[in-house]
Design a binder for this molecule. Structure first.
Ligand SMILES: *[C@@H]1O[C@H](CO)[C@@H](O)[C@H](O)[C@H]1NC(C)=O
Ligand SMILES: *[C@@H]1O[C@H](CO)[C@@H](O)[C@H](O)[C@H]1NC(C)=O
Ligand SMILES: *[C@@H]1O[C@H](CO)[C@@H](O)[C@H](O)[C@H]1NC(C)=O
Ligand SMILES: *[C@@H]1O[C@H](CO)[C@@H](O)[C@H](O)[C@H]1NC(C)=O
Ligand SMILES: *[C@@H]1O[C@H](CO)[C@@H](O)[C@H](O)[C@H]1NC(C)=O
Length: 419
């Protein structure tokens, strides 16, 4: 990053990338855009009493509440990073904890009993009141920044889903039910909402898949200070202390940057400002001293942001790269204690038929250029029946009704019908 021919590693830079773009956005939520259309209203009307009871139905949440959610998302991201294999096949780990949090949170809406507790715990949300309301309230907020979040729910025609789950997903996460027709259609949606950055996301969809909870995020940030394309030239980029590759290197002799040397973390931390109020955080382990695995447990991104010094101009070399990452997360999530999702979860808030999660897939991309950063990610939680349905199949309408016709609240605050 400085002119010292930084022997930091590419994988480190990039694995932290998306972590931070979610956080800097969460940091700017002090003034939740009063003009934001309240898309939740129609479905929410009949819930007013119970939500008001819990104080969750406020239009605007405080910045402390948003930051608490930001911290929870960060923890989820770091924990997942610690459990993902970093190997020669995929040296760069790029994750969007935000996308992952949306996917698991949506599943939590339909989870009951121990499964719900387990999911809330892994989301670091067990002690955060109104988690779903606050996380969901970020969706329209993001639309006013350079980050887009899109969600939807694919339902196999004929699959019996509980109306309350569909309604809650729509109310909290604006996730619309869509009939699952083909892998091509699903992939086309992902490609559309990631601005073409993630084509052909899924190879196939097994015929016994009945439900897919999906989201995608797309981010485009323009550097406050652009790099001059004329100055870009080939340079060595160190993957680790021994190996380097030749890449296009963007160069600036005087770049305004907040740079912190953190002796405890044994890393250099730099924040590149984007236009608007977001920034791009790079954490580079000091060569030969730290690595991804040794740093992760010590990393506290909100704390790093707080400690970054004032901006100074300095010489900067930044690689011009485009990277992508795809990963099935079942093993990492199992290592994190979520194995029961894949064997025998209680998803009775979704359907009376026993279901299990069959896959959680994540894909992400990031591209650094002279103008700025473009990044995208998508996550899908796929579920299938865990045994043959005993009941005669009965299809419910895919479009939810405005009023809840079935499933009145069972007990005061729980409107989720857990059988
Ligand atoms: C919830 O879990 C408890 C203990 O694990 C069990 O006794 C109870 O039957 C479960 N409730 C439902 C609705 O499955
Ligand atoms: C993708 O975008 C195209 C063009 O806007 C649109 O016609 C198509 O319906 C979209 N497909 C999906 C699955 O969203
Ligand atoms: C950035 O933040 C400042 C102060 O917090 C605010 O005045 C300004 O409107 C914000 N700009 C954008 C583009 O959000
Ligand atoms: C990372 O650093 C720790 C402690 O410094 C060391 O024990 C570990 O072997 C290193 N891991 C890799 C992959 O280099
Ligand atoms: C990160 O640091 C902030 C303050 O610096 C602190 O409030 C927060 O609890 C820390 N988070 C963790 C997980 O240690």
């Amino acid at each position: 990053m400085s002119d010292t021919g930084q022997a930091g590693c590419l994988e480190m830079k990039l694995c932290l990338l998306l972590l931070l773009f979610c956080l800097c956005h969460l940091g700017l939520t002090e003034d939740p855009s009063p003009g934001a259309p309240d898309v939740f209203d129609p479905v929410d009307e009949d819930e007013e009493t119970e939500d008001t009871l819990h104080g969750c139905r406020k239009k605007a949440f405080s910045s402390e509440e948003h930051q608490a959610i930001g911290g929870a998302i960060e923890q989820l991201g770091l924990q997942l990073l610690e459990n993902l294999p970093i190997g020669p096949q995929q040296p760069n780990v790029i994750l969007s904890p935000l996308s992952l949090a949306f996917a698991l949170a949506q599943l939590t809406l339909g989870a009951c009993n121990e499964t719900e507790k387990l999911l809330l715990k892994s989301l670091h949300a067990h002690s955060l009141p109104c988690y779903h309301h606050i996380l969901g309230s970020l969706v329209p907020h993001f639309r006013h920044t350079s980050l887009d979040v899109a969600t939807r729910m694919y339902l196999r025609p004929g699959f019996e889903v509980k109306l309350s789950f569909v309604e809650d997903s729509l109310a909290r996460y604006q996730s619309r039910p869509v009939p699952l027709v083909s892998v091509e259609e699903v992939n086309q949606w992902v490609e559309n909402v990631t601005n073409g950055h993630i084509p052909n996301f899924l190879e196939s969809i097994p015929h016994d898949v009945v439900l897919m909870l999906m989201n995608a995020v797309y981010f485009k940030g323009e550097w406050q200070t652009r790099f001059d394309p004329q100055a870009t030239s080939k340079g060595a980029f160190y993957l680790d202390s021994q190996n380097s590759v030749s890449v296009d290197m963007m160069k600036s002799a005087q770049y305004p940057l907040r740079l912190l040397d953190d002796p405890e973390l044994e890393a250099q931390v730099a924040s590149f400002p984007f236009k608007g109020n977001t920034s791009f955080l790079i954490v580079l382990p000091l060569p030969g001293r730290a690595n991804v695995s040794s740093m992760l447990p010590k990393l506290n991104i909100s704390d790093l942001y707080r400690r970054l010094p004032q901006e100074k101009t300095m010489q900067v070399n930044l690689p011009k790269v485009k990277l992508q990452y795809r990963q099935e997360l079942q093993e990492a999530l199992t290592n994190m204690g979520l194995g029961s999702l894949f064997s025998g979860p209680d998803l009775s808030g979704i359907s009376d038929q026993p279901l299990r999660v069959s896959s959680v897939r994540h894909a992400s991309t990031v591209e650094l250029s002279e103008e700025g950063v473009e990044a995208s990610a998508t996550t899908v939680v796929t579920s299938m029946r865990s045994s043959l349905p005993l009941l005669r199949q009965l299809s419910l309408p895919l479009r939810p009704h405005r009023r809840r016709l079935l499933d009145p609240p069972l007990h005061g605050h729980r409107h989720k019908p857990c059988s």
